[in-house]
Design a protein around this ligand. Sequence first.
Ligand code: ADP
Ligand code: MG
Length: 701
Amino acid sequence: MSSGVSGVFGRNAFNEATMRECLPKNVFQSLKRTLDGEQPLDPATADVIANAMKDWAIAKGATHFCHWFQPMTGLTAEKHDAFISPTKDGRTIMEFSGKELTQGEPDASSFPSGGLRATFEARGYTAWDCTSPVFVKEDGKNITLYIPSAFCSYTGEALDKKTPLLRSMDALSRQAVRVLKALGNGCTNVKRVIATMGPEQEYFLVDQSFCAKRLDLVLAGRTLFGAKPPRGQELEDHYFGSLHERIANFMNEVNHELWKLGVTAKTQHNEVAPAQYELAPVFSTVNVAADHNQLTMDTLQKVARRHGFVCLLHEKPFAGVNGSGKHNNWSMATDTGINLLDPGDTPHDNMVFLVMLCAVIRAVDQYAMLLRASVANAGNDHRLGANEAPPAIVSVFLGEQLTDIFEQLAKGSAKSSKRGGQLKLGVSTLPHLPKDSTDRNRTSPFAFTGNKFEFRMVGSSQSISGPSFTLNTIVAETLSEIADVLEKASDVPAAAQKILQDIATQHARIVFNGDNYSEEWAAEAARRGLPNIRAAVEALKTIPSPQNIALFTKHGVLSENELRARTEIFLEVYSRQINVEAQTMLTMARRQILPACCEYSARLGEAVTAVSGAGVKAEAQKAMLQKVCDLIATLQTRIEALEKARAGAAGTKGHERQAEAYRTDVVPAMQALRVVADELEVLMDARLWPLPTYAEMLFVR
Ligand code: ADP
Ligand code: MG
């Protein structure tokens, strides 16, 4: 075995190279045809593959296998079974059949189904997704063969995030191939179009010793109290700063763990907020990217523990500093290796590129609300529209060159492409740099970045599957509209030109290259009629609209029932999350903050008595005591108000109305309670304050 990274990379993944090595040639070829979507896997082939997988996994020390799937509630799920099979004479042999590989049947009754199945109909099935490599995972001494799987109900309805993603990939491929065939232009031999994805993952690392003392971090993954520290991110010295040694060691181990699993961890750096970091892989098929992103989140958290950290994946662990997102870089590639969003040197005469670009622009404009809803969760409510992340308004950044072409298209046809030229740095020893034809725009929610789009609204804790299947499906829809026209056209180039002109005219409003954080943009977007939905609940409610039901059913991605069920689950998850936060706040306020404040007021009272008793004026002490007592009274009132709001919301019937109650009653009551506690924190004797401070958590490494 070779040493170094290439020796480690993919060591624990049953990837194509390993399969080629381990499987008989005809079996491998048969599996390849399944992977290419040409034929289903036959049971005899599955048996041979399962056996080879088992031998490979056992050689790596594995004792168990599991179907690994992504239920509707954020996390991944797994149930382990040992390979052992007892023999009549009291021994055991290691067995793993094709059936065990391809199908599992976990008791599904405890997974949320959004009403798709009653608990007495507990059956659920997992099905092997052979397009995502099986892998061996080492958790302490436990070594297990993981089988990436889809999860559905007894009636075949999707209960997970992978199934619609796989369906959407098929839909996108179908429609894109139709368009390519109709256009001609050298792409007629394309059999499949693949959605590609490179998700950049942001996260925080906080020393474990602080986290252990904060119930909010333990239970809610974010701080629910905490005064602004004397120093925040204003010095802007963390972003891209040199890596602290302890962090570098952590990252090194994360990379090695991920490389072993075949995850292409590539880029790492300090992010904007202190204690915030980012990791990005090399892009892959969106389905594999989604699985690998789950593994990345899991690995970040696991390795953090080994290094005495806790990794926070919440969208907003700390108020007042940057939150964490996921930047989903997305494109479409042909099975012949062409990136369909690569503009080439002369985008104005690259018809395939222009059609694909315009299809995306139209999709984003028509389904802006749906895209917004696809990233809606309680955590993201703290980011979107809070002047640090993209706003809740969806718009597209095209940059100078493409905007110019888009404007030319609106007038009839595009005749030229603006060039980037060269950058001269004025130093003879530095190289001349070719200038990109387009600058970047960090504030845009949906930005064209050279040869892909970057969807930046996704929250750091979210699965990338939801936003990805949404994007795949809306683009499939506009491509299908385009294909419908092109397939019937007698003069295809003229018809294509007309389509581009129509899109450039009708959807100009979605293009915005300016500062998305500015108030002027919010006003301008309103004039353009672009939706601006700040709250997750409001966004989620719009999911089962007639337009969206028609979209998802037409492309076979989600049935109306599945879509409605999902929406119910999202709303329920929202309510539960806020409820946990509210209860955690109440516990901390009553059992930690209030007692500490009472203790402090008692000490101040003693100080007043002692000082006055000595015949000295104690006006300052008295004033402090008064202030602390007033704040304690307010704290007490707000605790009661929050409890009342929480109980009211908890008792509200119906997922939608309940989520609304949490949003309109509980969230503001939480905020009000926090404000007064934070005020007390800055007044109090530091020795009495029961919680680690923002300064400690953000700056001590
Ligand atoms: P930046 O956001 O700073 O431009 P990179 O250019 O390194 O960062 O790319 C960010 C992510 O985009 C990486 O994960 C990269 O692999 C991914 N990416 C690059 N090309 C594509 C593509 N054609 N499709 C999907 N993702 C891509
Ligand atoms: Mg980026």
